[in-house]
Design a protein around this ligand. Structure first.
Ligand code: GDP
Length: 179
């Protein structure tokens, strides 16, 4: 029998209101046998499902952190330490959330100093063109500085959200295959 599919824990990080719940809904909504659970340690919502990327199955456990605004370390520690990979969200309509993403990237680096943890910087709400406060080139430049991938998405239009999830699986596989 074939080996079980690789299982990855993917954590959503970002300021309140950037679209983490919307991302989780899209992820969860496509699940046939959705399994929702509470992480006992941190109270975050956790969803698990199998996805096929490039003809190979992977199991993603998605962790939607419910509050990363707080400075309470007991809340931050859990998702900061438990992820195999991170989607670092901001809203292109909210410059403060972009700055928050930078802070979270730095915190993440402190928690995961030695490892090449896959991270994608995600500029969400790209459908709101007239309210844009952060340009695509700024987002791309920030990602380059932080040594991570970059994508702009619209959860509202379901644009590029699955591309972000698939991208993180590809990065995890690259890391796995280079070991
Ligand atoms: P969270 O606090 O990070 O979980 O953010 P939510 O997912 O709750 O989103 C906050 C608000 O932004 C909600 O009203 C969403 O409907 C809205 N929202 C989320 N993603 C998008 C998007 O891509 N485009 C637009 N126009 N609205 C969005």
């Amino acid at each position: 029998s074939p080996p079980p599919p690789a299982s990855y824990r993917v954590v959503l990080l970002g300021a309140a209101g950037v679209g983490k719940t919307a991302f989780t809904s899209i992820f969860a909504g496509a699940a046939d046998s959705m399994d929702s659970d509470e992480c006992e340690l941190c109270g975050d919502e956790v969803f698990e499902k199998e996805v096929e990327v490039d003809g190979e199955t992977a199991t993603i456990t998605l962790v939607d952190t419910w509050d990363t605004e707080t400075d309470d370390d007991s809340v931050q520690d859990c998702p900061m330490q438990s992820g195999d990979a991170y989607l670092l969200l901001y809203s292109i309509t909210d410059r403060a959330s972009f700055l928050r993403a930078s802070e979270l990237r730095i915190t993440l680096r402190q928690f995961r100093p030695a490892e090449q943890t896959p991270i994608i910087l995600v500029g969400n709400k790209c459908d709101l063109v007239r309210r844009r406060e952060v340009s695509s080139s700024e987002g791309r430049a920030c990602a380059a500085v932080f040594d991570c991938k970059f994508i702009e998405t619209s959860a509202a239009m379901q644009h590029n959200v699955w591309e972000a999830f698939h991208g993180i699986v590809r990065q995890l596989r690259l890391r796995r295959d280079s070991k």
